[in-house]
Design a protein around this ligand. Structure first.
Ligand code: GTQ
Ligand code: FE2
Length: 351
């Protein structure tokens, strides 16, 4: 054995010898078989995923018939579970599809995870968020900020389906889950209907004296009409090389993402669009609002169509293509605000 090999053997023996003694005192040193403390770049056990609408819809219809929605009970949701993770759709959030039948009530409660809903199919449900009552229509984005009381009551005559996303994987890792059921099935509705929308919904003009709390998003809903109008305007700008036309739902008071842990975006891939490959810190989930296209995610190729979901692991390369002759419209949620807040956001665009 050379000197250095002998030293290495001594080091290994010393580490192993100390292992149990240290453990008894709640201590440890790196062991030869430990995974490294650092990897050169992020490594995620999350897997790229594609869920097809035809399959989801069949399950949802079944769940709508066989699962109850009881007062105080769980919501009727189909959760997009990543097979590479023990918990969640991504390391920080859980995306689920909620199904609610006419006349049903999803009873009031509040929790520390932030949540939002993006209405996929149907109309006529009303949700109350801290006393503010809002209708939910296809394409609308509705926020349920953490600790806000919320309940959903379906007044329409067809089942309603929406996407729910909660940063529950993150809050669980932080050991900060708090949950309160409301003492009644539903909370009282306040006297000023749609207050946050009336004050901040235009984004441009605001009642004099309506002062938002700093860092807190004062707006609870974003309508489809506004998102569509903004996309139409943005089509006249230079395209994004990776994402074509892409907009973020902003906090109208001072800008920034709509929620502190989740950024919601709407994007259009025009016919013939061939995106540049890029990757960035954090995970994301897409829902196909309209059209069809292809996304290359890591080593996978996903040919998606209307109603499908696609999930992208942290730091996975992504490339979007629209080979069809109609526009594709994608709703997306990502956890980039967390990385930006911590000043650890990394991004790489292929050249
Ligand atoms: O609608 O309040 O998908 O509390 C998971 C937890 C929806 C909700 C979910 C929830 C809700
Ligand atoms: Fe909830």
């Amino acid at each position: 054995m050379t000197g250095t090999a002998a030293q290495a053997a001594d080091d290994t023996a010393a580490r192993l010898r100390l292992r149990d003694e240290l453990a008894r005192s709640g201590l440890k040193i790196a062991q030869p078989d430990d995974p490294p403390l650092f990897t050169r770049v992020p490594e995620s056990s999350m897997r790229p995923m594609h869920w097809r609408w035809a399959e989801l819809e069949a399950f949802l219809q079944e769940l709508g018939q066989v699962l109850d929605l009881r007062p105080g009970g769980d919501r009727r949701t189909l959760r997009l579970a990543n097979p590479g993770l023990e918990y969640g759709t991504t390391p920080t959030f859980w995306a689920s599809i909620q199904y609610i039948n006419p006349g049903e009530v999803a009873t009031a409660h509040r929790h520390t995870p932030d949540a939002f809903r993006f209405v996929m199919y149907g109309n006529g449900c009303r949700t109350t968020i801290d006393g503010e009552n809002y209708s939910m229509s296809e394409g609308d984005l509705v926020l349920t900020p953490n600790w806000a009381w919320h309940d959903h009551l379906h007044h329409g005559d067809e089942p309603m389906i929406w996407l729910d996303v909660l940063d529950v994987s993150l809050i669980r890792k932080l050991d900060n889950t708090f949950f309160d059921p409301y003492p009644e099935d539903v909370q009282p509705v306040g006297e000023q209907p749609e207050k946050s929308w009336r004050e901040f919904g235009s984004g441009l003009l605001r009642p004099v004296g309506a002062a938002p709390a700093p860092r807190h998003n004062p707006l609870l809903v974003y309508s489809r009409e506004q998102a569509d109008a903004a996309l139409e305007l943005a089509k006249g700008l230079d395209p994004d090389p990776c994402d074509d036309v892409i907009l973020e739902y902003q906090n109208p008071a001072g800008g920034g993402p709509a929620l502190p842990s989740m950024s919601m975006k709407m994007q259009v891939l025009r016919p013939g669009f061939q995106g540049v490959t890029h990757r960035h810190s954090g995970s994301k989930v897409y829902w196909v609002v309209e059209g069809a296209g292809t996304s290359f995610v890591g080593d996978e190729r996903f040919d998606w169509g209307k109603g499908d979901f696609v999930a992208v692991p942290p730091w996975s390369p992504v490339r979007h293509v629209n080979d069809h002759d109609t526009e594709a419209k994608l709703f997306r949620v990502d956890d980039s605000p967390l990385y930006r807040t911590l000043n650890i956001y990394h991004e790489e665009i292929a050249r």
